[in-house]
Design a protein. Structure first.
Length: 191
């Protein structure tokens, strides 16, 4: 599964699939570039991360935690990283299946570039996201489709920004009375 997560692409090359993920939203965009005419889809995590997905995660977690080892503390300390990798791989498999691919078919395994759109990059690169999507669709889509997908990505950027702003305000409100574990004052003793 690690071959799906490649770094930067050589000049003139592009991945088979691009994902635009907004971590605090349920919707995300997929751009399938394998065909002459790129296929853009707006997917919802509720359709992907269903009971079957959670059963797979639970099975994987159960197997990982019970795995026999001669270094039990090291094994337990490494579980979060292993589970993160495993869950990311399962999520990618469910996304690929939703796009009509068989993630078990090594011959047809696409290259995937994932854009996680959040934080400072959100405001700095929102115009670049719209522009890159327009470039991919430019020669293959009509003006209405370009306009529609530009509006979708702009809406998602705005919604992610609103959620982040709200979360920041909640964190700050909790920090003022000292209720937030991530904030502390210089004169506070947490021992």
């Amino acid at each position: 599964m690690e071959e799906l997560f490649k770094g930067q692409w050589p000049e003139g090359e592009r991945p088979d699939i691009q994902l635009y993920i907004f971590p605090h939203l349920q919707e995300f965009i997929t751009v399938d570039l394998r065909e002459t005419v790129p296929q853009v889809s707006l997917l919802n995590t509720g359709d992907l991360f269903n009971e079957e997905f959670f059963r797979c995660v639970e099975t994987e977690f159960s197997q990982a935690i019970r795995e026999g080892t001669e270094f039990p503390f090291s094994h337990l300390m490494n579980l979060p990283m292993r589970l993160e990798e495993s869950i990311r791989g399962m999520a990618m498999n469910f996304i690929l299946e939703r796009l009509g691919m068989d993630p078990e078919d090594e011959e047809e395994l696409p290259s995937v570039l994932v854009f996680v759109i959040s934080g400072g990059a959100l405001s700095l690169h929102s115009e670049k996201l719209v522009k890159s999507l327009q470039e991919f669709l430019g020669g293959h889509s009509d003006a209405a489709a370009l306009s529609e997908w530009s509006a979708v990505i702009t809406r998602l950027v705005e919604e992610e920004s609103k959620v982040l702003k709200k979360l920041s305000q909640q964190d700050l409100a909790e920090a003022i009375p000292g209720d937030a574990p991530d904030y502390f004052t210089l004169w506070e003793n947490r021992n």
